[in-house]
Design a protein around this ligand. Sequence first.
Ligand SMILES: [Zn+2]
Length: 248
Amino acid sequence: MTVLSDWTRKFLDLLARRGPDSQVSADRPSRGDTVRIHPTAEVSDQAQIGEHTAIWHYAQVREGVRMGRECVVGKNVYVDFDVVIGDRVKIQNNALIYHGATIENGVFIGPAACLTNDRRPRAVTPDGRLKSGDDWEVGPILVQEGAAIGARAVILPDVTVGRWAMVAAGAVVTHDVPAYGLVVGVPAVLQGYVCPCGERLQPVGGEEGNSATMSCPVCALTCVVDGPALRQATHDDHSASEEGDHAD
Ligand SMILES: [Zn+2]
């Protein structure tokens, strides 16, 4: 007689209850043949995974996650419930992405990076009761298109990392990062701007008030810095180079 472990019995019970016509099966998001999930990974039936996405060893993807196509999720990554992840996002080994995070297309999240969600973390209330989900507020994080989070960086709650920004390895980000901004250190401070290719942008010409022009030494992309913000140069910018006009 075969002795089933508790876990195996529960699993078989679950299968028995979920017949092919059951409501649970019908509600399960469809997953194309192109999705690759390593047998050791734990991906919720209630997570939506886009085509050509690969999820590697021991990663955990919780219920309610919406992940786009062509993503790569490395070993031991944790993606908390209801996290939203766009297309072509790379999440390196051991990264932790907690509830409340939204990751747009083309974002890079380095090894062991941590996206937090609780600005005032406590295990218990002042009277010693274990805190539940109702006892604290989620501080959402938004990482916009193309941005990169360096290895072991920490993003605190209520922070937006702008388009194509770059967070240096080990940085602790306490405030919003402007588009194309490069932030370094603990706490992270703005040190310059980076091109979508990853190269640091260099100033060209002079400054006018708060406005300065910068360009990429590799791809000749020209950008205009306006205060802390930076945008790609347009036809309206007299400083845009003749052939290097890369309007959005
Ligand atoms: Zn460039």
